[in-house]
Design a protein around this ligand. Structure first.
Ligand SMILES: *Cc1c(COP(=O)(O)O)cnc(C)c1O
Length: 420
């Protein structure tokens, strides 16, 4: 930390992007220090105009907006495809934007969790995001199975907070041909651990399992190469690191090898039907090739308009690789502020891995003493992170709108709280 935040901010190639977002105010009415983009990303200033444009199209054209106007709604989702593919390291055919995350997780599991009498287990990370746990429990029941017989949870070794890749691989080998599907959060929401998705996919495929990832905390946060990693399926929300608004739309990845398999079991709807024949309104579902063939309903234009505006910012910033470069610096700086407090592990631990390759923006602080007090103190200083029961504070400096000065403000507040 030899350079001052002022120098780092002045030479930061992404510094100007902070102006493209609305920063919420702190208690003094000044812009706060927002480190909660892992929960809800900030509003891009371009989003309002993007939505207004679709209001104007609806106002002026009514139903004709499906076919006319700046971005006819019939094809609107296609305008998101290329940027989405670049974001997650996919071919355009492999991605589609639709629905919301948990809905998509269910749709994907209908296809990629097909238990048999002998191969019916699902491997997840222990303490997965609750929606994912509930989705899996209900999927087991959907197949007439008991979730306790189906779901195997990966737990850290005693005294550790995160999972070791070798332990995940060993568990996959142990489950062997009883393992139907692996579904893991690419970045765990609680610890911030980023998993080695390539290694997990390899290990899963070696025992004949399907491998998918929930990328809610990974998309827009870390670099992804879903196609090259050979991942079978993935989904993510767009309102966390992708700044597309509360309840925003979701992205789906389905590997190219499934693109031309119309007989794969899936839940179907008219928007997934062969586009050329969709309006013949005939019986007999014929899916479009690729991920598009999993669509159900006509496109949700308003959430997609916000998402388009937000993806355009990522693209202008140079894509995820550029974001990641700054992100590693921001998070490392936050980490060094915390380590410099020299607190014993009995008081405060960073449970996020120290290895940058095993984490994204977020650091999760396990605060053994006065945790809630610390959180409230930060809020009173205009520092917005989030609190996860029973005693974890998550702080996520986001490269698009957080500055090095933001991170230093957190450092100063922590020093003040711990009485240096
Ligand atoms: C944020 C998050 C969700 C939320 O799902 P929604 O359907 O968008 O409400 C689900 N899973 C994970 C892993 C998450 O981080």
């Amino acid at each position: 930390m030899n350079d001052t935040a002022a120098i780092l901010d002045a030479t930061d190639p992404l510094a100007a992007f902070r102006q493209e977002f609305h920063l919420p105010s702190g208690p003094d009415g000044q812009p706060g220090t927002y480190l909660c983009g892992n929960s809800l990303g900030l509003l891009p200033k371009t989003a309002r105009a993007a939505v207004e444009r679709e209001f104007a199209s609806w106002e002026a054209r009514g139903v004709e907006g499906h076919f006319l106007g700046p971005s006819p709604w019939l094809h609107y989702h296609e305008t998101l495809t290329d940027a989405t593919a670049r974001l997650v390291g996919a071919r355009p055919l492999e991605v589609v934007v639709m629905n919301t995350l948990t809905v998509n997780l269910h749709l994907l599991l209908v296809t990629f969790y097909r238990p048999t009498a002998t191969r019916y287990k699902v491997l997840m990370e222990g303490g997965a995001f609750p929606s994912d746990q509930y989705a899996l429990e209900s999927q087991a029941r959907l197949h007439g199975l008991n979730p306790d017989d189906v779901i195997v949870e990966l737990m850290p070794r005693p005294g550790e907070h995160t999972l070791r890749t070798e332990d995940i691989e060993a568990k996959i080998v142990e489950l062997g041909d009883s393992l139907a599907t692996i579904i893991i959060g690419g970045v765990n929401y609680y610890t911030g651990q980023a998993f080695d998705m390539a290694a997990i996919t390899r290990a899963g495929h070696a025992v004949g399992a399907m491998v998918g990832f929930d990328l809610a905390h990974a998309a827009g946060n870390i670099e992804l190469h879903l196609h090259d990693w050979d991942v079978d399926f993935a989904c993510w929300c767009t309102y966390k690191y992708l700044n597309s608004g509360p309840g925003g739309t979701s992205g789906v990845f389905i590997h190219e090898r499934f693109a031309e398999q119309p007989d794969l079991v899936r839940l179907a709807g008219w928007w997934g039907h062969d586009a050329a024949a969709r309006f013949q309104m005939k019986k007999g579902f014929q899916p479009m090739p690729g991920a598009a063939g999993w669509q159900l309903s006509c496109g949700q234009i308003f959430p997609m308009a916000i998402h388009a505006a937000s993806l355009a910012i990522v693209e202008r910033a140079g894509g995820i690789a550029a974001l990641r470069r700054k992100s590693e610096q921001l998070t490392a700086r936050l980490e060094s502020h915390i380590r410099a407090l020299n607190l014993p592990a009995s008081k405060l631990e960073i449970i996020t891995p120290a290895d940058p390759a095993q984490r994204g923006c977020q650091l999760s602080l396990l605060v053994h003493e006065r945790g809630r007090e610390l959180f409230d103190f930060l809020v009173a200083q205009g520092i917005i992170g989030d609190w996860r029961e029973p005693n974890v504070i998550r702080l996520a400096p986001v490269p698009l709108y957080n500055s090095f000065a933001d991170v230093d403000r957190v450092g100063a507040a922590l020093r003040q709280f711990f009485g240096e």
